[in-house]
Design a protein around this ligand. Structure first.
Ligand SMILES: Nc1nc2c(c(=O)[nH]1)N[C@H]1C(S)=C(S)[C@@H](COP(=O)(O)OP(=O)(O)OC[C@H]3O[C@@H](n4cnc5c(=O)[nH]c(N)nc54)[C@H](O)[C@@H]3O)O[C@H]1N2
Ligand SMILES: Nc1nc2c(c(=O)[nH]1)N[C@H]1C(S)=C(S)[C@@H](COP(=O)(O)OP(=O)(O)OC[C@H]3O[C@@H](n4cnc5c(=O)[nH]c(N)nc54)[C@H](O)[C@@H]3O)O[C@H]1N2
Ligand code: SF4
Ligand SMILES: [Mo]
Length: 891
């Protein structure tokens, strides 16, 4: 068997590339589309999963390799244990958690297909190995930029020195001429993103898209109404720990699909409840795999109509209680909330309206009956009445809501409706009783982390100017998307919501796949092309890199040369497990860790890098393990996690104090995970809001009234002060805007409503370059059997999905488990827009989404309406069947 050596392989490739750039321009300046055809033949021979690294090559059995715990750095929230079999510094195989026997109490954190294919993501043919410059771009703005060529231009390999100089010169010019707010940071500024967290703040700030991606309206309301909105500890939006659900009589999944969107343990927790015989109800447009696994009763509800559904449930619960007198816990309701009805209004209320009056039709002569909602939602009135009775006080109910149901304008006050319903039945603050959105890392298992990493030391004595990621630039002005606003140089003022001109000059992508993940890609491309400068730090030639001027090769978290938690790993853990990945490689090719890139740029921008980053990164990362703590069996006390001697600390070359913990430092590094086992009756349980529920006067909430605000003047004033298109009511109700309520849907121009399930092939935009996953999971659009038949479409057909913002191609997948009138467009494929034909041939869903942000500063992806047609040319090759290609500079 042939053995490979990373060093010899890297050496050979570097030589070949050097020869290319030294000699002849034509080979070193190839367009993305050219490389597609050039490499097609060779890649075809190797299959779509090919890489130019041969990491799937056979290796010599006799050669020494070792299993190393490594990180899976995606933003899926799963946080599973990956182990790589490393031979000569290369990950040759991947496996997952097999350390201990798997059980419900002490489960293995098993990786999904994406994690197991992570090698192909990191080491594919499109890996960025060297700094690259777009040929026709020059600093200075205006004509020099040739912005119109972004995405079409040729590339050239440049040296780091040249790259740093070009970036620093252009960033300095932009900051001097337009101020730091002219820089748009196009990504989620994760905790250890060195550019977002340190460099840009030191330059004076930056702007960030106001449209929250994940939470929909769960972002805008919660704090003011009293829903726990902490993304930190205990990391919950107000649900209990996993064992608590076992005490429920009924578990409701309102939306939610953890089988696909919260891989790892959440599905297991639900499975356990199912095996214990607890019945499930699923409410949503499709009978999804989670609902099927749990044999849930399905109440079909069209996307964007959940506020109508909940309004009717509240109305019918009032009716049923009026008849039997024992379904609503009135004592609980009145002692824990304000604003349910006329007699319980908060002192600051400006409007003589409330949720009870609303559902009873006092303000619009329309009682929100089961029949009224059934018409809008597409379910039966009997289903609504049945559900209203089930969620009465007689049952212990867990109500889990998805974020997806809030990613639309009609859901503007949906969190308040969910809160109202929970309080009517007293389904909160007790074992088996809970409500709240739940997803990925905290899915179905909230509460303080039982293992905590040590805090990372920030700079000492460095006062960073406040950056203003959340205020300076609303990218969703009026009826426009974020990108449209940027393309047109508009945006409302972050404080007043008034339209003002705000010219962005630069887009900086450090984290994030924002061209792909934000709504309205076609305007995104216009925004990218409008800039003076676009800079991307990337692992691979992702769409943001393709539309950049300078691309800097970033090292993956596998190759920092020292142990480090990937920046998307911070706090993203299930509360019982914490993962400590181990380094196994130095930075590959010419790549650098982002923090090194930020430090060098800081120097060249005249900043004091030493003061901004006073500690070596290795030391800061080491302290995360050294200072990690674990919860004692008493459920209260935290003690050191690792045992380490002074001698060992010095031997490792770090500073710090020796201490005794529960696991040896080196043993933990070998395992890569520390797991706290649970069992019923242990002290690790968590009941959200328990203090307040048990003693509302003694433990008031941080709301204006100290109680849950079913009428909330603070929330309404804050939202209405943003200059939104729709007036927000201070109580839970249906906001008739977008999606089902879009006139273009009713008129038949775009009759279908879209939702975008988070998909197995990808974690958002990450992994769309992995050949293995492309082969395993196609790029489908789910159509109901009725809609497909009406359009003459069958499974496997290539179809066009068209909306007011664009057109895409996908493969039809006709299913019986989806409501007619609804279209499921799995999230995250990389756009490949054929500009001549005006169609995205890789079917990025955001090439058709809209972003009105009409009812709140959140991305209302699901407001989108579309039409679907069979494509004229069934032989057109789908973009994802073409092999991955490298930009110039990579052989
Ligand atoms: N239509 C539609 N769009 C959606 C959604 C939807 O439901 N529908 N969902 C939305 C949601 S919930 C979210 S959270 C967003 C997510 O949107 P994004 O955050 O834009 O998506 P990711 O694919 O996670 O992007 C992470 C990027 O960072 C890169 N990266 C990771 N680690 C590093 C590193 O160490 N250094 C560098 N330089 N780069 C790194 C990855 O390669 C990847 O390109 O998408 C949103 N988009
Ligand atoms: N594989 C994978 N996992 C992921 C991610 C990923 O990209 N890939 N992304 C992660 C991130 S950052 C996030 S925010 C979460 C997202 O978590 P969620 O928002 O919960 O995920 P979605 O897949 O958008 O929606 C889940 C299910 O809700 C239902 N649904 C959709 N729209 C509606 C609606 O309007 N009403 C009702 N009642 N039901 C609806 C559908 O059945 C859908 O399958 O997923 C995380 N997990
Ligand atoms: S992609 Fe997410 S679910 Fe899959 S292995 Fe990685 S962390 Fe786990
Ligand atoms: Mo998200």
């Amino acid at each position: 068997m042939k053995s490979i050596s990373r060093r010899s392989f890297v050496g050979a490739s570097a030589l070949a590339a050097a020869a290319m750039t030294a000699g002849c321009a034509p080979e070193s300046s190839v367009t993305a589309s050219d490389t597609a055809s050039e490499t097609a033949a060779s890649a075809e021979a190797e299959g779509a999963g090919s890489t130019n690294w041969r990491i799937d090559a056979e290796f010599d059995d006799a050669q020494a390799g070792e299993w190393v715990p490594v990180s899976c750095w995606t933003s899926c929230g799963g946080r599973c244990l990956l182990k790589a079999y490393v031979v000569d510094g290369m990950p040759m195989r991947i496996k997952t958690d097999d350390i201990e026997e798997d059980s419900f109490d002490n489960f293995q954190n098993r990786a999904c297909p994406r994690g197991r294919a992570q090698r192909m993501h990191a080491f594919g043919a499109d890996r960025i190995k060297y700094p690259m410059k777009r040929k026709n771009w020059q600093p200075g703005g205006g004509e020099n930029a040739h912005g119109e060529l972004r995405g079409k231009d040729e590339w050239e390999r440049i040296s780091w020195d040249e790259a740093f100089d070009l970036c620093a010169t252009e960033i300095k010019r932009i900051v001097d001429e337009y101020g730091p707010m002219a820089i748009n940071y196009a990504g989620i500024p994760f905790y250890n993103c060195a550019v977002a967290q340190t460099l840009l703040p030191a330059l004076g700030g930056y702007t960030w898209n106001l449209g929250f991606t994940s939470y929909g309206s769960w972002t805008s309301e919660p704090d003011a109404i009293g829903i726990d909105n902490t993304a930190g500890e205990p990391g919950t939006m107000g649900t209990n720990d996993r064992l608590s659900m076992l005490q429920s009589d009924l578990i409701v999944l309102h939306g939610n699909n953890p089988v696909h969107a919260a891989a790892g343990s959440p599905a297991l927790h639900l499975m356990r409840a199912h095996e214990a015989g607890i019945p499930f109800v699923f409410i949503g447009p499709d009978y999804n795999p989670t609902a099927a696994m749990l044999e849930a009763r399905w109440i079909p509800v069209r996307p964007t109509t959940d506020a109508a559904f909940l309004s009717a449930v509240i109305y019918e619960l009032l009716q049923a209680d009026g008849e039997s007198g024992d379904l609503i816990d009135w004592d609980f309701l009145y002692s824990h909330t304000v604003g349910f009805d006329d007699d319980h209004m908060p002192d600051d209320a400006k409007l003589k309206e409330n949720v009870r009056g609303y559902v009873e039709g006092a303000y619009d002569d329309t009682p929100k009956t089961a029949e009224w909602a059934a018409d809008i939602c597409g379910c039966s009135a009997d289903d609504i009445r049945w559900y209203a009775e089930q969620v009465g006080r007689q049952n212990k109910v867990s109500m889990y809501y998805a974020y997806s149901i809030a990613r639309n304008s009609a859901a503007a006050t949906l969190p308040q409706l969910a809160l109202t319903l929970a309080c009517m039945g007293a389904h909160v603050g007790a074992d088996g009783q809970q409500f709240g959105p739940t997803y990925h890392f905290f899915a179905h298992n909230c509460g303080p982390n039982l293992v905590q990493p040590g805090e990372m030391r920030a700079g000492e004595g460095v006062e960073l100017p406040q950056n203003s990621p959340f205020g300076a630039f609303d990218t969703g002005y009026r009826a426009a998307s974020s990108w449209k606003a940027m393309a047109e140089g508009h945006g409302p003022d972050g404080q007043t919501g008034k339209d003002v001109t705000k010219e962005m000059r630069m887009i900086w992508c450090e984290s994030g796949g924002y061209l792909t993940s934000q709504p309205d890609v076609n305007n995104g491309i216009k925004a990218f092309r409008k800039m003076d400068f676009v800079l991307t730090q990337a692992f691979n030639f992702k769409p943001e890199a393709q539309f950049s001027d300078i691309v800097l090769p970033a090292s993956t978290p596998w190759e920092y040369g020292y142990d480090q938690l990937a920046f998307q790993q911070y706090k993203q853990f299930n509360r019982e497990s914490f993962f400590f990945p181990k380094a196994f490689s130095e930075p590959l090719f010419e790549s650098k860790p982002d923090v090194e890139i930020a430090k060098e740029l800081a120097k060249r921008l005249g900043l004091d890098a030493e003061a901004l980053w006073p500690y070596p990164e290795e030391q800061r990362q080491f302290e995360r393990i050294l200072n990690a703590t674990v919860c004692d069996e008493d459920g209260v006390t935290y003690k050191p996690l690792v045992s380490i001697t002074q001698e060992r600390i010095e031997e490792l070359g770090f500073e710090g104090e020796a201490h005794e913990g529960v696991i040896d430092y080196d043993e933990l590094r070998e395992r890569g995970v520390y797991h706290v086992a649970r069992k019923e009756g242990d002290n690790y349980g968590y009941i959200a809001y328990k203090d307040f529920v048990d003693d509302p006067e003694g433990h008031p909430l941080k709301t204006a009234s100290g109680k849950w605000e079913l009428y909330c003047q603070t929330a309404a004033d804050a939202e209405n002060g943003k200059g939104l298109m729709v007036e927000i009511k201070p109580y839970g109700c249906l906001t008739e805007f977008g999606g089902y309520f879009d006139e273009k849907r009713a008129s038949g121009e775009f009759p279908l409503m879209v939702y975008e399930p988070h998909y197995l092939r990808r974690a958002h935009t990450t992994h769309d370059n992995v050949g293995w996953l492309r082969q395993a999971f196609k790029n489908p659009v789910y159509l109901s059997a009725a809609d497909a038949a009406e359009r003459g479409i069958e499974s496997g057909d290539i179809v066009e999905v068209e909306s007011p913002t664009g057109k895409i191609l996908r493969i039809a997948s006709v299913v019986e488990t989806l409501m007619p009138g609804c279209v499921g467009l799995p999230h995250g494929s990389w756009p490949e827009v054929n500009e001549e034909k005006g169609v995205d041939e890789n079917g990025c869903e955001n090439s058709v989404t809209v972003n009105y942000q009409a009812a709140g500063w959140y991305n209302s992806y699901h407001d989108t309406v579309v039409e679907v047609r069979k494509h004229d040319d069934q032989s057109v090759p789908m973009a994802d069947e073409r092999p991955l290609v490298a930009p110039a500079g990579i052989e």
